[in-house]
Write a protein that binds this ligand. Structure first.
Ligand SMILES: [Ca+2]
Ligand SMILES: [Ca+2]
Ligand SMILES: [Ca+2]
Length: 236
């Protein structure tokens, strides 16, 4: 092997090592796992009720990964959870629908109560840092909210929820942030399950955050439709 070939071989070896290391950091099972939040034509009203037209358009995310066992969770009366997210004018809006057979929300300690765990990482670090973690007890007043969370509203006796996060110019088409959502289900006074929106095999040992991507489908607005109709008419 001459000198150039040796250098070449070393470079290839280094590239393989670096790519393997990066693969480890990003978490192999998070590849191709992301939520696409669509641009909303009109922002939803954060009142806890999901009757805003935009929630019909949002992509449905399912809380279907059991973080304690690492197995898939089947929808059941014990727990079923879905969510959707959209963005508009610098805000990320999240809607959540929950079914829980035993709602525990009258305890003093949050760990003995049903609660949501949400991570929003505007810096896209890829890691579950406490800074990005929001612990949201079901149907309770939360007092001062940690930034960038600006509002929490519950409806239907704790079965529906709307959240808003102020992200300013980070909420823009094509940008990605770290995002995660899970439900810690306390039944009969004990934490029974932690069910998350996460890929198969993901457990609470993992500390990588999946991506939420701000998307905008190209759909002509009513105004644009009127303009193009006007142009066609002007041809005659
Ligand atoms: Ca609403
Ligand atoms: Ca339950
Ligand atoms: Ca419960």
């Amino acid at each position: 092997m001459n000198f150039n070939k040796q250098i070449f071989a070393i470079i290839i070896l280094l590239l393989v090592m670096v790519s393997q290391a990066l693969g480890h950091v990003t978490g192999r099972n998070l590849q191709n796992f992301q939520y696409n939040a669509e641009l909303a034509p009109i922002a939803p009203i954060v009142d806890g009720y999901l009757d805003d037209p935009v929630w019909d358009r949002a992509i449905l995310g399912k809380l279907e990964q059991d973080l304690m066992s690492g197995n898939r969770w089947r929808e059941s009366p014990d727990f079923t959870g879905t969510f959707g997210a959209v963005w508009r004018n610098g805000f990320l809006y999240v809607a959540i629908k929950l079914v829980d057979d035993q709602l525990e929300n009258r305890q003093k300690k949050v760990l003995r109560e049903d609660h949501l765990i949400v991570y929003v990482d505007p810096h896209h670090s890829g890691r579950m840092e406490d800074l990005y973690r929001f612990q949201i007890p079901i149907e309770k007043e939360m007092g001062t909210l940690k930034s960038p969370l600006t509002r929490v509203a519950w409806g239907n006796g704790g079965q529906t929820c709307e959240l808003s996060f102020r992200l300013d110019n980070l909420a823009r088409k094509g940008n990605s942030i770290g995002f995660f959502i899970a439900y810690n289900d306390v039944d009969s006074g004990h934490l029974q399950h932690k069910i998350a929106w996460a890929p198969e095999g993901y457990t609470e040992e993992n500390d990588h955050l999946p991506d939420l991507v701000f998307t905008a489908r190209i759909e002509p607005t009513r105004q644009q439709k009127l303009i193009s109709w006007g142009r066609i008419k002007s041809l005659y």
